[in-house]
Design a protein. Structure first.
Length: 293
């Protein structure tokens, strides 16, 4: 078993950068949806990501995909959950604001903590984690109630963002409880991205017109997501998880919703008033407590 080191300055800086990338990606998804249907956009992103990941694995980790066939049932389930997650998330951002969608989507630790309490040994809810769970849930509810934010959002997008969050938690549970745990991190990611690259473009015609007068900006958004977010960002994440203790990495998870709300306000002019900021503080504090070890 590889001994993981404590968080250092380089790791912290990398995680802050990764959280910023994820937050900015929410803005990119919303802008890309203006020219390309959400489901097709998600599928094309995965297709580009497969190529980038495949090249990286062939160069740096040539044996990482060994054994994929032995856990194909678990890998296929991961891919189906991943496909449904991003179909829901991309469509959510077609309806609601980045700020609201991110607050709901990044509440995933709440649902994972509840499920882990029931099904994962050693993951019982302590008093601190229970307090964090209650704070985060109260923050999400407060954010969705905020009249200023609600006027710019849509309940359908909020509901889809919640579905995406639950599916994300389902992916983590599938890895922890199923045969997919035997796969390397690269193999798990390749299953998810490859299956979604095949499924989502096939499903896309059932969700409306595929193209919405796309420009170079919209195609650039797809390439950015596939190359930078999936290809670079996700491989960086795998490296971080192998190098540092998971509890130290999890301590940075509150940054993504905070930065996403900031990006939505700064780049898209989304309404973020005092009520919404108060809700964001509750969500961030709750996530910190839930992940505390």
């Amino acid at each position: 078993m590889t001994l993981r080191k404590s968080m250092d300055l380089a790791g912290a800086a990398g995680l802050i950068g990764f959280s910023t990338l994820l937050a900015f990606n929410q803005v990119v998804v919303k802008l890309t949806n203006d020219g390309i249907s959400p489901v097709l956009s998600a599928g094309l992103r995965s297709a580009v990501g497969v190529l980038v990941l495949g090249l990286w694995i062939a160069w740096r980790r040539p044996g990482a995909l060994a054994g994929m066939a032995q856990a194909k049932a678990g890998g296929l389930l991961l891919g189906l959950l991943f496909s449904a997650e991003f179909m829901a998330l991309f469509t959510a951002l077609d309806y609601t604001t980045v700020s609201r969608g991110s607050i709901v989507f990044y509440s995933m630790p709440v649902w994972l903590a509840l499920a882990a309490h029931l099904w994962l040994p050693g993951e019982r809810l302590t008093r601190a984690r229970l307090l964090g769970l209650l704070l985060a849930m109260a923050g999400v509810g407060w954010a969705l109630w905020d009249p200023q934010s609600r006027s710019a959002g849509d309940w359908r997008g909020d509901a889809l963002a919640l579905l995406a969050s639950l599916l994300w938690a389902g992916i983590v549970l599938t890895v922890r409880l199923g045969r997919a745990e035997r796969l390397s991190a690269e193999a798990q990611l390749m299953w998810q991205v490859a299956v979604s690259a095949l499924i989502l473009p096939v499903l896309a015609p059932f969700f409306g017109p595929l193209l919405r007068a796309p420009t170079a900006l919209h195609w650039g958004g797809v390439l950015f997501q596939g190359i930078v977010v999936v290809g670079v960002g996700f491989t960086f994440w795998m490296g971080v998880m192998k190098r540092y203790r998971a509890s130290d990495v999890a301590a940075f998870s509150f940054l993504s919703p905070v930065l996403a709300v900031g990006m939505g306000w700064l780049l898209l002019g989304e309404p973020v008033g005092p009520n919404f900021l108060g809700a964001l503080v509750l969500v961030a504090a709750g996530i910190v407590l839930i992940n505390r070890r």
